[in-house]
Design a binder for this molecule. Structure first.
Ligand SMILES: *[C@@H]1O[C@H](CO)[C@@H](O)[C@H](O)[C@H]1NC(C)=O
Ligand SMILES: *[C@@H]1O[C@H](CO)[C@@H](O)[C@H](O)[C@H]1NC(C)=O
Ligand SMILES: *[C@@H]1O[C@H](CO)[C@@H](O)[C@H](O)[C@H]1NC(C)=O
Length: 822
């Protein structure tokens, strides 16, 4: 009720104030807000038409029910002044009229006047948005014309000074529409004028400005923040439409060859891209893999240039909702030198004959390399130390030829190593070894180990004794190198050699076929041929000299005195012979040689021991003292002649001496001598005719002769000298070589002492011609052979002596047989 009355009153007063305020007793003033203190609102004295002095006298004052007083009275001037700055918006809010009621109290007499203060609005407030930032989230698929209402701005002022317009920063997508509200305010809305594209701009910021109608105009701003929401409106796009990759072969698996990438402008799942092969060959699928998420393409198999030189694959990228695009990948494989050359042996002549000409083709090889380009350029070679080389022939073919003559006997097989090297970097090479044999040709004759052979065999050998062994080598193979020995069929002394010797065809051992007699012949020469078994055979021959060595198989042979029982000779010695005179000489020979023929003489029995002595080697019988009258006229000596062999053989003989000056003193001896000569001839005749059966008898006669010879009467033949028939002289009477002890000069002297006849000198000549050196060792070396061949002894050349020797030998045998003790 109070408020209603108050309102009415206010209404009336305001009517008065505006129109006829001086009529009413009450005072009304109009002034703007926000004036400073002491601002003079009006003069009360003037308003009340009273004197200023009365104001103070009557204690004028302003009463109010409120605690706060906005105005005061200056009592000196009567001015009503602002006591405190008034903010209309604080005092009255949004009310259209803002009035302050005060009462002016005057005393003496008491008067109360009403004072009404009407406060006018000034534009002292700017429009304000409730939020500084206005956020929107708009999908990029939003349609054109779509509207978005914005927050309304407020201005505390009133009337003209409230918000009366909006504006927005210029932009590509939106315009602003401003509308009035029902309560008289204004609001704005954003209208989408051009479609949004998140991929171009995903956030938009704009400044929204609100302005009021005051003067000066005030404004307030807010930021519109628009987030553009994604729609799956983009396909993934590969960075390139064709990817080209060069890949070396043999790249190990697990190596990344390329990483493809496709981008999808969309966001979130719409922009998540996966990769896969969309078209790929069966071969390639084993070699490559693609990582679904990273687009990494990796090697998973063995890349072989020789298998495939390039691959083409189509890859596809997809986003979450299946939008896809494709690209192509071309992988070019480059060659690596991973294949060694291959060597193929196309043909081989194995074995190759050793007489092949240099340049003979032995084999054909072919080389291959699977790589390409430089990597398949092949060089071929053969190792240095074999006589073979490779001749390039047509296109990767080579022929293996010999470079020089082959010799199986020097090298029977070859390991030919063929090396093929390609031109890669690093180069690869392959080797092949051919084991080539050289086959034999009969090109070597057998060769004897010695240029000539000498064989020594003792006489009286057993038939079948091996004499010597020859040996020849033939380096050829098998039968071409098998050596067969044979004797060249020549004649030795008119007898085929085969009756002397035989040879073992396989071993080359030479055997004697018969017993040899040194006294018959001393050496002979045969030829041995060694022949191989080839076709045609080759042969060579060698000379074998066979030397027969001596054995002491002949006992000394007494030549003088003639050991004929019937023709015992008697030497005559003058009675006045002095001591030391040579009275006779025993002459003996030995058919053997060397020591076996070195004779020594001993007196074994004598009529008057001490009267005669005999020279040990000369056989000279000399007186030891002067002969006296008392000496027996007949003197008999038994002389033993021994050779120096082992064991030694000996012969005895008797020498009859007659001490007499006159031959007529023993006339019967003359007849005997004559008879003796006849009977000697007869004796030889008997021997020749009766042969073996008479030998025994001869032996008996000889024994009888030996036993009785010294009983015979001595006989004088020559005067102090001995006549020796030249035919009886031995050819090898004594040793002349240095090995013996009896020197030739000694022998010479010895013979000179037997007399000074021509026949003696003849003997000496013949003895020199026919002696040979003595050697008992069996020698086969060259040097000795030469020495041996110096000899020119050709056996005995005296038939008579031969006959005697033969006879003696037989006699000797018989003697030995019957009287072994002799
Ligand atoms: C060749 O090789 C073979 C086997 O490896 C071997 O037995 C032979 O002795 C070799 N020949 C040569 C001449 O090296
Ligand atoms: C021996 O040599 C001949 C050619 O002289 C040859 O034909 C033959 O094959 C050779 N024999 C052997 C066993 O090598
Ligand atoms: C022994 O060889 C020589 C040459 O070496 C030859 O002249 C001669 O005919 C050959 N004799 C025999 C019997 O083969």
């Amino acid at each position: 009720c109070t408020i209603a009355i108050y309102s009415l009153m206010t209404f009336h007063i305001s009517v008065f104030v505006k129109g006829i305020c001086h009529f009413c007793a009450d005072l009304s003033y109009n002034f703007p807000e926000e004036t400073k203190r002491q601002y003079v609102i009006g003069n009360i004295a003037n308003g009340l038409r009273i004197d200023v002095k009365q104001l103070s006298a009557r204690k004028a004052r302003i009463d109010t029910e409120d605690s706060k007083r906005y105005c005061e009275i200056n009592l000196n001037t009567g001015d009503l002044i602002v006591a405190e700055t008034i903010d209309r918006e604080e005092l009255c809010g949004s009310r259209m009229s803002c009035i302050l009621n005060y009462e002016l109290v005057l005393e003496n007499p008491l008067e109360v006047h009403r004072i009404i203060l009407q406060i006018q609005d000034i534009n002292d407030n700017a429009p304000r948005f409730p939020n500084e930032c206005i956020n929107f989230e708009i999908g990029e698929s939003a349609d054109k014309g779509q509207r978005f209402r914005l927050d309304e701005a407020h201005d505390k002022d009133i009337g003209q000074n409230v918000v009366n317009g909006y504006s927005v920063e210029k932009n590509k997508h939106f315009v602003l529409n401003v509308h009035d509200t029902a309560d008289g305010g204004k609001y704005a809305e954003l209208v989408l004028e051009k479609e949004l594209d998140r991929e171009q701009q995903k956030e938009i910021d704009m400044i929204l400005t609100a302005t009021d109608g005051g003067s000066p105009q005030r404004s307030g701003t807010a930021v519109i923040h628009i987030t553009v929401l994604d729609a799956n409106d983009n396909v993934p796009v590969f960075s390139e439409s064709v990817y080209k990759v060069t890949l070396a072969e043999n790249t190990p698996s697990g190596i990344e060859i390329i990483r493809v990438s496709a981008t999808d402008a969309d966001e979130g799942p719409n922009g998540e891209v996966t990769y896969e092969f969309s078209r790929i060959s069966d071969k390639a699928v084993k070699l490559f893999s693609i990582d679904k998420t990273t687009g990494q393409i990796m090697v998973v198999g063995e890349i072989d240039y020789e298998n495939e030189k390039n691959y083409e694959m189509i890859i596809q990228s997809k986003d979450a909702s299946g939008l896809a695009s494709t690209a192509k990948i071309i992988v070019d494989i480059t060659d690596a030198n991973d294949n060694s050359p291959r060597i193929n042996l196309k043909s081989l002549n194995n074995p190759v004959p050793e007489n092949s000409e240099p340049g003979t083709e032995v084999g054909i090889i072919n080389v291959q390399d699977k790589d390409s380009g430089e990597n398949r350029q092949i060089r071929c070679s053969v190792q240095q130390n074999v006589p073979f080389k490779l001749n390039p022939s047509v296109k990767n073919y080579f022929s293996l030829v010999t470079t020089k003559a082959l010799d199986r006997e020097k090298e029977s097989d070859y390991n030919i190593t063929i090396t093929a090297t390609d031109g890669g970097s690093p180069p690869l090479s392959t080797s092949m070894t051919i084991h080539l044999f050289v086959s034999d040709v009969n090109d070597n004759p057998p060769v004897f180990l010695q240029q000539s052979y000498s064989a020594y065999i003792r006489e009286n050998n057993k038939p079948g004794t091996s004499v010597c062994s020859v040996s020849a080598n033939d380096p050829d193979w098998r039968q071409n190198g098998t050596v067969l020995y044979s004797l060249v069929p020549i004649e030795v002394s008119g007898v085929p050699v085969s009756s002397f010797l035989s040879i073992n065809g396989d071993t080359g051992v030479i055997h004697a076929r018969r017993s040899f007699d040194y006294e018959q012949f001393r050496n002979f020469t045969v030829k041995v041929v060694a022949r191989d078994n080839g076709s045609p055979p080759l042969s060579s021959n060698v000379t074998v000299k066979v030397f027969i060595t001596d054995e002491n198989d002949n006992s000394p042979q007494i030549l003088y005195p003639v050991p004929d029982g019937k023709s015992l000779m008697t030497e005559m010695i003058p009675k006045a012979t002095l001591s030391g005179s040579l009275v006779s000489k025993v002459i003996a020979v030995d058919a053997d040689s060397g020591q076996n023929a070195w004779l020594s003489y001993h007196i074994v029995k004598s009529t008057d021991p001490g009267l005669f002595s005999i020279g040990l080697h000369s056989g000279e019988i000399k007186t030891q003292r002067d002969i006296s009258e008392s000496d027996n006229m007949k003197q008999n000596l038994v002389i033993s002649v021994k050779d120096n062999g082992q064991p030694s053989l000996s012969t005895t003989c008797a020498v009859n001496l007659l001490i007499s000056d006159n031959l007529s003193e023993v006339p019967e001896l003359k007849d005997m001598t004559y008879e003796d000569s006849n009977s000697k001839l007869t004796f030889y005749l008997i021997i020749a005719l009766v042969s073996v059966s008479t030998f025994f008898l001869t032996f008996i006669i000889l024994i009888v002769a030996v036993k009785f010879c010294h009983r015979r009467k001595p006989r004088l033949l020559f005067d102090g000298a001995v006549a020796v028939p030249s035919a009886y002289l031995p050819p090898n009477y004594a040793e002349v070589d240095g090995a013996g002890t009896l020197r030739s000069s000694y022998n010479y002297d010895t013979y000179l002492t037997t007399g000074s006849r021509t026949s003696d000198f003849k003997f000496i000549t013949s003895y020199n011609e026919n002696t040979i050196p003595f050697s008992q060792t069996l020698c086969c070396d060259e040097k000795t052979t030469n020495t041996c061949s110096d000899t020119s002894g050709e056996g005995l050349s005296y038939p008579t002596l031969k006959t005697i020797l033969k006879k003696n030998k037989k006699l000797k045998k018989k003697i030995k047989k019957k009287n072994p003790h002799i």
